[in-house]
Design a binder for this molecule. Structure first.
Ligand code: GUN
Ligand code: ZN
Length: 569
């Protein structure tokens, strides 16, 4: 069970329920092994972990195997929280000595009381030929399907392979979705991360992601370096796992969000975590455990920074800071441009945070792509006065709406004011992607727009003393009344409409919140934050409200709110 709590870019803060436990995402599962406690479980919890991940292959071949089976994995580690287990795929690929069968690993994970179980997928290398990648995928899918038959009480991870082939990643995503696991995990990406091939990484993830059921959390297997978290969170990764804190520590490497440093070369510790505050670089260099602990602090600092940026609506701004750390990050960001059409579908319509222009990369954000498309749909003419915004011509009446009114762009000024009624028409036309002429028709000849005497902003739209709607202070968008919605719907022919199941019609009419499990269908133009019309089976308007999910999410999520309904009949 997974529910979205906040969103920015294509990222989300979610709540993932795992049996009696729940974790807040994006998060990172700390990798622990039975033989080494480089950082104690108590410290791991204190630093911010809510979930740990451990490996069936390593446990089964360790001297503690019997004890783990006897005590159960929670007691063995002394961890009162969810435990995710990996199958051994990666170890069979990288070590390859000890063999484990698909059946054995599932049985073992089940018998030790794991909360999230992983089948033995076939690790597909970015260098594998297409033929090999296809064969491995075929076998992986069979193994996931049969795992689902055996794993019913616990949650199941569905690994998505496909190597360096976008079409195989797509196939993997579609097939794994059908097998109905509880979490998806993008596999075979460790070599891409190790070699800083972040552009390939982004392609592998996005070609899978756009074909995956988005109502479930998405894990990037083996992604544990904080420098890439913002990039991956922005494209929809909810879950990371890390052995990096320990592996890097053993190599004398100090993690920072901008990259890795050799501890032996540090004169200063550019971090204020408890470890770095109380020790010198020399002390860290001589103590792997201390270094690992700092590495974990640095890891969770970035996880928390990302979650806050999602709450604030500033994930793109954070990412555009992060891409300065390495040319490969900058290149990966440019690759996102190829996927802008898809990324636009989960980009919120509005944001609490102003659009900060941070360099020419900002032009590539989905908000700019969307603005361009919505402006084109308005079909305004030379008679409509405009101002310039990041190279786009924007009608004057849109001056107060997001992102035009809530953007900070060095050297850009907006002058001139539109007549209130013209501005109202323009906002409605832009917001509902309809030609200005249709917006004019919806408002009618007798429409009157009122502005605030104090701020000069649009406030209300009326027609013959009937209130059609108000304009939101925060972002300038139009919020129709029930009467206003009826007029708009006549011009929109089903656009921005959400259909509900018959059995909840009366609840919705009374003004109750619309949960996604009751959504029967939704217009594919709908984006998170759009004002929508909620209709019943006979096509009658039941309510209006703000969509919290896009159309695709509304029809796939089983938990959480789809539309925050507002007006009642
Ligand atoms: N850990 C790192 N990569 C992978 C992978 O592709 N599959 C599994 N099961 N675990 C991994
Ligand atoms: Zn530190």
């Amino acid at each position: 069970m997974f529910e979205i709590k906040a969103r920015a870019a294509s990222g989300r803060v979610g709540r993932w329920q795992i049996g009696k436990y729940s974790v807040t995402t994006p998060t990172l599962a700390v990798v622990v092994t039975p033989n080494s406690r480089i950082v104690s479980l108590r410290d791991i919890k204190k630093i911010g972990a809510e979930i740990i991940i451990t490996n069936a292959y390593i446990m089964k071949k360790s001297e503690h195997a019997e004890q783990i089976e006897k005590k159960g994995v929670h007691k063995f580690y002394g961890w009162d929280g969810p435990i995710y287990t990996d199958s051994g795929t990666f170890q069979m690929y990288s070590q390859g000595k000890f063999e484990i069968t698909p059946q054995e690993t599932l049985e073992f994970q089940k018998s030790i009381g794991s909360d999230v179980i992983t089948p033995l997928d076939l690790f597909t290398l970015p260098t594998d030929s297409k033929e090999v990648a296809r064969e491995k995928l075929k076998e992986t899918i069979l193994r996931i399907r049969s795992a689902r038959e055996i794993i019913q009480k616990q949650q199941l991870c569905g690994p998505v392979q496909g190597g360096a082939y976008p079409e195989l990643r797509k196939k993997a995503a579609l097939e794994v979705s059908k097998a109905n696991p509880d979490i998806f995990a993008i596999g075979g990406i460790v070599p891409m991360m190790e070699q800083y091939r972040f552009s390939k990484l982004v392609e592998a993830i996005l070609s899978a992601r756009r074909n995956l059921d988005t109502s479930k959390p998405l894990h990037a297997f083996g992604a544990g370096h904080p420098m890439i978290f913002a990039l991956l969170a922005a494209i929809g990764i909810d879950f990371f796992d890390s052995a990096a804190y320990a592996i890097f520590a053993r190599q004398g490497r100090y993690l920072t969000v901008n990259g890795t440093k050799a501890i032996s070369e540090l004169h200063e510790l550019p971090c204020s975590c408890p470890v770095c505050s109380e020790n010198t670089a020399r002390e860290l260099a001589g103590d792997t455990s201390l270094l690992a602990k700092h590495n974990l602090y640095a890891t969770f600092e970035e996880i928390k920074t990302i979650r806050q940026a999602i709450f604030d609506g500033s994930l793109w701004e954070l990412l555009e800071q992060r891409i300065r750390s390495h040319p490969a990050m900058l290149e990966a960001y440019k690759t996102l441009g190829k996927y802008r059409k898809f990324l636009e579908t989960s980009e919120p319509v509005s944001s609490k945070h102003a659009f900060f222009y941070l360099g020419k990369e900002s032009l590539q954000r989905p908000a700019v792509f969307r603005a361009k498309n919505r402006l084109a749909a308005m079909k305004f003419t030379k008679k409509d006065e405009t101002f310039g915004w990041l190279g786009l011509k924007v009608p004057l009446g849109l001056k107060m709406i997001y992102p035009f009114g809530q953007s900070v762009i060095p050297g850009q000024k907006k002058s001139g004011v539109a007549k209130p009624i013209d501005a109202a028409r323009q906002v409605i036309s832009y917001q509902y992607r309809m030609p200005l002429l249709k917006a004019k028709k919806a408002i009618g000849r007798e429409g009157v727009a009122e502005i605030s005497r104090n701020t000069g902003r649009l406030q209300r739209l009326k027609s013959k003393d009937m209130l059609l709607g108000t304009f939101r202070d925060s972002d300038g968008y139009f919020v129709p009344t029930f009467a206003g919605a009826k007029e708009l719907a006549k011009q929109l022919h089903g656009a921005y409409t959400v259909h509900v199941n018959k059995d909840v019609e009366s609840f919705i009419r009374e003004g109750k919140t619309l949960f996604s499990k009751f959504v029967a269908g939704a217009d594919d133009k709908i984006r998170p934050g759009d004002e929508v019309f909620v209709v019943g089976s006979a096509g009658e308007l039941l309510a209006t409200g703000t969509a919290l999910l896009n159309s695709r999410e509304m029809t796939s999520f089983k938990y959480g709110i789809a539309v925050d309904t507002r007006h009642i009949n």
